[in-house]
Design a protein around this ligand. Structure first.
Ligand SMILES: *Cc1c(COP(=O)(O)O)cnc(C)c1O
Ligand code: SF4
Length: 337
């Protein structure tokens, strides 16, 4: 008998074998195992797939890819102003898995999981389990979107929506394409950076098979994340007409300098990706040690404007609960002694 199930794709195997034991990760990088905090790990597990580890430098405890995923003792500090739901998402839910905050676009929680657990993530405390769209909740979401004629765009988010199978994504996009007032479909994902093999011909096909204009927003924070394997994946998307953008988070000790941010924009554009947003950190409990103060962030982007063409400078932004769009922060320049 042939089992009635498609074989597991290579990316799914890689995902299933992601490293979750800090000792394994640190041994591979030839680092001492006492770098990790058990308490922080219990609060939010370590999770990092092989292809991302392969881009880390051995023997460097400050490697900018490692420090994005390693549970540290500093996460357990309680810092005033940092909470478990900094974006007020609990209040903006329009139904299971539907987050509708802005007028013409609606965000769907298409998956409960991520390929990688980023320590600074504002979703680290988010109750995914009760929120993802599946089964009858998908029909409810479709009804909600069909009923609001102002909606033009559906954004798949998560978690990471690309943890979902190509078949499921394809079905969902086809269903959406039947809603006449929709024009665009967008996927927000870190998976092509973490596991470039996630960009399969089936995924590209799912994104481009309908009348909806496809957009993918990647999430890369550091030029060391962009290697040729990532570039090849991006090329497949772009060749089929997907608009590819990047958003990053400004992170203390990882990308909080002009040289790194310049290289990030340049590395992305090597493959035709335009920078979209550079977010200041959401004030999520456990991530305060990554914070860069607004004024410093504004000065950094001000300086970035002098080093790069305007189209390679990301918009510095923050998400503020209750606002009708992201809030932009003005770049500052030239007022230093
Ligand atoms: C960030 C976000 C969007 C997208 O905002 P853009 O400025 O269009 O990128 C849409 N909906 C929600 C709920 C969001 O948080
Ligand atoms: S939602 Fe994005 S930033 Fe958060 S853990 Fe998942 S991949 Fe990382």
């Amino acid at each position: 008998m042939i089992p009635n199930r498609s074989p597991r794709a290579a990316w799914q195997d890689t995902l299933a074998h992601a490293v979750s034991d800090p000792s394994d990760l640190l041994a591979r990088l030839e680092l001492p195992s006492d770098l990790v905090s058990g308490q922080a790990r219990n609060a939010f597990p370590l999770r990092v797939p092989e292809p991302f580890i392969a881009r880390m430098r051995k023997g460097d405890p400050n490697d900018p890819l490692l420090t994005q995923v390693l549970p540290l003792a500093a996460e357990s500090d309680s810092v005033a102003g940092y909470s478990t739901d900094p974006l007020g998402e609990a209040a903006a839910r329009a139904g299971k898995g539907v987050v509708h905050k802005y007028q013409d676009r609606v965000l769907l929680i298409a998956s409960s999981g991520c390929a990688i657990n980023c320590r600074y993530c504002f979703r680290r405390h988010f109750p995914y389990q009760d929120n993802q769209i599946s089964g009858r909740h998908w029909q409810d979401a479709l009804r909600y979107i069909a009923a609001d004629k102002e909606l033009r765009e559906v954004i798949f988010s998560g978690g990471d929506p690309l943890v979902t199978t190509d078949r499921r994504l394809s079905e969902m996009i086809r269903d959406l394409a039947e809603i006449p007032h929709l024009q665009r479909v967008r996927i927000h994902t870190r998976l092509p950076i973490v596991i470039p093999a996630r960009i399969t011909p089936e995924l590209t096909e799912a994104m481009t098979a309908t009348r909806l204009k496809p957009v993918m927003v990647l999430h890369s924070n550091h030029p060391q994340e962009i290697d040729e394997s990532v570039g090849d994946a991006i090329k497949q998307l772009r060749q089929q007409g997907v608009t590819v953008l990047n958003q990053a988070v400004l992170l203390r000790g990882i990308n909080d300098n002009v040289a790194t941010l310049t290289r990030l924009s340049e590395s992305l554009f090597e493959y035709g990706v335009l920078p979209y947003y550079l977010f200041v950190l959401d004030r999520v409990a456990g991530a305060a040690h990554f914070d860069v103060p607004d004024e410093e962030a504004q000065a950094l982007v001000g300086e970035l404007q002098t080093c790069l063409p305007g189209y390679l400078v990301p918009r510095l932004a923050r998400e503020i609960a209750g606002e009708p769009s992201k809030t932009l922060l003005t770049p500052l320049r030239g007022n230093r002694d």
